[in-house]
Design a protein around this ligand. Structure first.
Ligand code: HEM
Length: 180
């Protein structure tokens, strides 16, 4: 994934636990990159190893780290680095969710080698929406939970997110119900 992702993991860890903990995580992950370049693509394996090592060093389940990371991504990384792209996504939660399927197409203009997830939405009601997530990657479902929570928090909304079906249960893609 693009260096921006690994940098964000680094920022999230150092802001909560300090630089020494981050250096320990990199050592355990056997990642010796000094500085991640935001616009350079790194093997996905680097990101997965960093999350695995963070789980080991911090004594937290990797699912929890991925979920926290999803929220951090929306509320800090994307907001600070690509705020105008987020703003263009919509001024209300339902509008943002309706536009989510097109968001990474705009992101891909900045990151040409992006391997983005695919989102679709359906069954919208005044206080809920169904979100379909497809990816060429595995294991990032907890991050999607965190991302959706982060999007709700961006609009000062408390949302309940339920997974309706999953790759893990043999479905062909993941489906989440978001209610607010
Ligand atoms: C301006 C805002 C955003 C930017 C700049 C952005 C950018 C990126 C980048 C660079 C990646 C790494 C993919 C790669 O390197 O191939 C990524 C992955 C991902 N993004 Fe975004 N993103 C944004 C907002 C969102 C939002 C709002 C969501 C969902 C609510 C989301 C969901 C994901 C997921 C789930 C992945 C993991 C990749 C996968 O599942 O295969 N992103 N995004």
């Amino acid at each position: 994934m693009y260096g921006m992702v690994n940098r964000a993991v680094e920022e999230m860890v150092t802001s909560h636990f300090g630089n020494d903990t981050w250096l320990e995580i990199k050592r355990v992950a056997e990642v010796d990159t000094e500085v991640f370049v935001s616009l350079e693509a790194y093997p996905d394996d680097v990101t997965y190893r960093l999350v695995g090592a963070a789980s080991e060093v911090l004594g937290l389940p990797s699912e929890q780290i991925l979920e926290e990371f999803g929220q951090y991504w929306v509320l800090h990384t994307a907001r600070d680095g690509y705020g105008s792209l987020l703003d263009a996504g919509g001024a209300t939660l339902p509008e943002f969710m309706r536009n989510l399927p097109g968001l990474h197409a705009r992101v891909a203009l900045i990151f040409p080698n992006l391997k983005p997830p695919t989102f679709a939405v359906s069954d919208e009601t005044p206080n809920s929406i169904t979100v379909h997530y497809r990816s060429s990657r595995t294991g990032l479902q907890p991050m999607v939970f965190g991302l959706l929570k982060g999007v709700a928090a961006r609009f000062q909304t408390k949302a309940a997110i339920t997974r309706l079906q999953s790759y893990e249960d043999g479905a062909d893609h993941d489906v989440y119900l978001m209610q607010w």
